[in-house]
Design a protein around this ligand. Sequence first.
Ligand code: HEC
Length: 127
Amino acid sequence: MNTGRPLLLPAGYPAVIRRLIATAICLPLALPALSAADDSGLPPAQLYLQSCAACHGVDGAGAMPGVPDLSAASGPLTKPIDALLALVQKGIPARDGMGMPPKGGNPDLTEAQLRAILQYMKHEFAR
Ligand code: HEC
């Protein structure tokens, strides 16, 4: 029997399948990038998005209550890199809002990567 349509398949079948295929292709590509083990070659913007943006937002203004706006021209990002690095490596205990885990919760980040991220944040946000 040939009805001209695939049997027993909903009308949206091709779109669904396309999405599944896209997911199947993209997931393996995305997963290695998300696991921090060997992301040393990633640009700082990428590292920032992976490890910091969940709290600090893509624009540094803070993505949730309790996270300060780092985009102010005279804000914390005007501190020297070394001072910021020390804070980020150690983490910041919660005070009134929420705290920050050491290295933003990504222990795989190297000092060089953290410096690169902080340079990126200073350059992109604090102006
Ligand atoms: C779980 C949420 C969270 C993540 C993830 C996070 N931060 Fe933070 N960060 C905070 C909070 C909250 C503060 C403010 C802490 C305070 O001053 O009480 C903060 C403050 C900062 C500051 C300002 C420090 C200062 O001198 O006031 C810098 C710089 C910073 N974070 C960098 C980073 C970097 C770099 C990453 C990624 C490697 C990162 N953060 C990931 C929550 C986070």
